[in-house]
Design a binder for this molecule. Structure first.
Ligand code: AMP
Ligand code: ZN
Length: 134
């Protein structure tokens, strides 16, 4: 429990939320400002700031819960598709610093667009590949 964390307060029951699922390690509740009805946040029950500091086994459990919620959104809400997202660090848009995965139901003609991809200049993709590959 991090005293200054709004999501820790939610798990602790100090702040209300619309919870839809929980298990030993994870907790899922409706985002208060949804992109569409049913937009859900999956969080670990213990405080971890983001993807970098979340233990892998806990992140794996968050992913399993995210899949459960995605299937539920499709089945119950009739979502035509699902986007999964996670903002890590302020420059990537993270505002709440308790790791969370967004599971967002999408509907035909709901007006949202995906990011537009750039193109690599000649030879650049190989350079990046060489830097990143394990
Ligand atoms: P981000 O850190 O950018 O992934 O965004 C945090 C998300 O948490 C936003 O989509 C907010 O709408 C959502 N959020 C913030 N406070 C609450 C709350 N009390 N209950 C539900 N969702 C919240
Ligand atoms: Zn927290």
């Amino acid at each position: 429990m991090n005293e200054n964390c709004i999501f820790c307060k939610i798990i602790n029951g100090d702040i209300p939320c619309a919870m839809i699922y929980q298990d030993e390690e994870t907790f899922a509740f409706l985002d208060i400002n949804p992109i569409n009805d049913g937009h859900t946040l999956i969080i670990p029950k213990h405080h971890h700031e983001n993807i970098f500091s979340t233990p892998s086994d806990i992140f794996a459990k968050m992913a399993i819960t995210a899949q459960k919620i995605a299937k539920r959104q499709k089945e119950i809400l009739g979502a035509d598709g699902i986007n999964i997202g996670m903002n890590n660090e302020p420059d990537a848009g993270q505002v709440v610093f308790h790791a969370h995965i967004h599971v967002m139901p999408r509907f035909k003609n709901d007006g949202y667009d995906l990011w537009k991809g750039k193109t690599y200049k000649e030879g650049e993709i190989e350079k990046i590949q060489n830097k990143l590959k394990f």
